[in-house]
Design a protein. Structure first.
Length: 60
């Protein structure tokens, strides 16, 4: 997954990748819901990475 995130964030300066040290979650921030849906789909299609996409605040 890290290879996918590095490449995608290099290609798209509006994609921000961070991590929550407490929960261990990788957090993606972008230009909106559609933008993030496209990023997750590209991760699946181009890198064979399956990611769970959940709006902020919906996970415990």
């Amino acid at each position: 997954m890290s290879t996918a995130l590095v490449r995608l964030s290099d290609e798209d300066p509006t994609l921000v990748v961070s991590s929550d040290e407490e929960s261990g979650q990788v957090i993606l921030a972008g230009m909106g819901e559609l933008h993030l849906e496209v990023i997750v789909e590209r991760m699946r299609r181009e890198f064979n990475v399956d990611a769970l996409s959940v709006p902020r605040g919906c996970l415990p």
